[in-house]
Design a protein around this ligand. Structure first.
Ligand SMILES: [Zn+2]
Length: 248
């Protein structure tokens, strides 16, 4: 049977109410707890996980129920100076300044990844071995740091790979994701989502990713619901961890 990897980005106490709402919505589908949460240790430097114990408790409960927990940057904010026009373009135009790991040095990336992992593992009382960079953007420093730390999976827009041994786990499978920042982006993401459930129907593994702000717009919520149900009619939901079992 074909498979679905479903994830929620930007999991932070900043979005606690909305995340509970999205989780309640998912529980009403066949997905249940078969999805991944991408957790930000200190969203924008203003929402440190350790200061929100009730949120940490909720994460622990979701992890116990089977939700996969993945490290998603540290601040989710791009604080570095980008050199070169393309890097600058990517950093500012593609991500609204949220490509945190695009311009970090090896040392800085390693520091943030270690700190974030430790924090999240302490809160969950379980190991964390997956990392997904904010806005799916990685610089060389980030790639090297993930290898050093032995992460077993990471992903960008097109691929999922194993940083620890260099294996490719999912290749050339574009993520179905949504944009809520402007109406033109919303319109193109709606179009992509509608097309994707058809165009990607032959792919063995399809990924669908949500952000908390997607639920600000009814038109997006309806399409997310439609696409998810359509995908689940022909696919089973798996976890990123399940890709590793297969690749060995
Ligand atoms: Zn994010």
């Amino acid at each position: 049977m074909k498979q679905l990897l479903f994830s929620i980005h930007d999991v932070s106490p900043r979005h606690f109410d909305r995340l509970r709402e999205i989780d309640a919505f998912l529980q009403k589908t066949d997905l249940g707890n078969n999805y991944a949460m991408l957790v930000v240790p200190n969203f924008w430097g203003e929402w440190p996980l350790e200061k929100h114990p009730e949120f940490g408790q909720w994460l622990r409960e979701k992890a116990d129920a089977g939700v996969e927990m993945i490290l998603h940057g540290f601040y989710h904010k791009d604080t570095s100076q980008h050199e070169g026009r393309m890097a600058q373009f990517k950093a500012t135009k593609m991500t609204a300044g949220e490509g945190e790991f695009l311009g970090l040095s090896h040392e800085d990336a390693l520091g943030r990844i270690r700190d974030g992992r430790k924090l999240l593992e302490d809160i969950l009382s379980r190991p964390v071995s997956g990392f997904i960079a904010p806005a799916w953007l990685y610089g060389e420093g980030a790639h090297a740091a993930l290898k050093d730390e032995g992460f077993t999976f990471a992903e960008d827009h097109m691929n999922v790979w194993a940083p620890n041994d260099g294996h490719m786990l999912v290749e050339r499978s574009p993520v179905i994701s949504y944009a809520s920042r402007s109406w033109s982006r919303t319109a193109s993401s709606l179009l992509w989502s509608r097309l994707a459930t058809v165009v990607l129907s032959q792919m063995k593994i399809v990924r669908q990713a949500l952000h908390p702000h997607d639920f600000d717009k009814d038109v997006l919520t309806r399409e997310i619901d439609r696409a998810l149900r359509s995908l689940l009619s022909t696919r089973t939901a798996i976890r990123y961890q399940d890709l590793l079992a297969k690749s060995t």
